[in-house]
Ligand binder design. Sequence first.
Ligand code: B12
Ligand code: SF4
Ligand code: SF4
Length: 349
Amino acid sequence: MDCGMKSQIKAWAAEMGFDDCRIARAGEASHAKEFRGWLDDGRHGGMAWMERAPERRCDPREVLAGCKAVVCLAMNYLPAQNPFPESHPGGYRIARYAWNDDYHDLIETRLRGLDHKMQSLGGTQKPYVDTGPVLERDFATDAGLGWNGKSTMQIHRRLGTWFFLAEILTTLELAPDASSGDHCGKCTRCIDACPTRAITAPHQLDARRCISYLTIEHKGPIPEEFREAMGDRIYGCDDCLDACPWNRFAAVSREMTFHARGSIFENRLRDFLELDDEAFRKLFAGSPIKRIKRARFLRNVCVALGNTGSVDDLPSLRKAAADPEPLIAEHAAWAVARIRMRAGPTRRL
Ligand code: B12
Ligand code: SF4
Ligand code: SF4
């Protein structure tokens, strides 16, 4: 094994703006059994793509012939606080990772650069960020980057939970780094903080109950049992991250591309209902939110308005209730009914 090569790769990763870089052995993932159990129980909900070729997801040698090591990388995305302009107080929540540009674009470019450099050492590589068939958090744990907390989030001693994972599968022989152990102790804050009880036991997440899944991945109507618990969250959820004490010392990201995009947060909730397809694409150009398209996003906005809106929102919601897209129309009608119920029987609305 070549320690010089390993230090060189780590130095390149740091130069490229990665916040940490550690090495795992290429072999079967340490929690492959749990992953298969999760799929068998259907806890992945409608994410059918998770079912595809589980043997590949559990073993990088199935993805890259001759794979010897997994280079695990972390990138801090924590944006500065309060994205809303002073002119309005906000009143909705978007998961922090989606406050501005899509991380895939930035990280993929950096990964390609690192791959290129590793080729000069004689390696063949496959770089991935999120979209590849890799149990990213398992390998990060093996590499000692951090550990999988009870929320299932990968936690880093210095970065807390606010970082993306990426990895490069390589044929280079690199000595694995030591794992760092689990540092959750007796804490259960993430489990207690989850609004929908999606963390059903330590290290067990039922995606079908998770607001991140319901607002991003789930394509159909939001099941009624979860609508109230969604509160004012319109894209993703950070509650189990916010609750984690390991985030106390997390520093803000150096990457400007992750800091809040003003043009999004200038909008009040009901302003989003005015977006047609073209305006939606323009507002969210380059943002992860663009991926869920207008109908799913407005569905989420209607649920948040149903939970937090007032009679002033009714004209916009009534218009949305006549939208030709049934997903929007149904959720808007639900929101109108909820606001009317809150306003009480005496007012004609
Ligand atoms: C599918 C997916 C989702 C799904 C399901 C999440 C989940 N927990 O499985 C949904 C849509 C809900 C989701 C939500 C989010 N996601 Co997501 N998601 C993924 C994806 C694509 C796959 C995850 C996966 O394999 N899940 C399968 C389950 C079984 O695996 P797991 O939860 O990691 O569980 C492992 C361990 O818990 C362990 N285990 C099981 N039982 C036990 C028991 C014990 C005792 C132990 C020790 C371990 C253990 O085994 C499991 C298998 O390895 C990854 C990218 C990737 N390719 O890995 C991103 C990823 C996990 N997501 C990410 C992010 C940022 C999020 C959100 C924070 C976004 C948001 N703010 O809304 C939330 C967080 C929700 C949460 N608490 O996990 C980041 C996480 C970075 C980090 N620091 O951990 C990733 C790594 C993407 C990336 N490249 O950065 N996500
Ligand atoms: S992201 Fe939100 S809903 Fe999902 S497990 Fe965490 S706290 Fe629960
Ligand atoms: S909130 Fe507590 S239990 Fe949950 S991941 Fe963080 S340290 Fe672990």
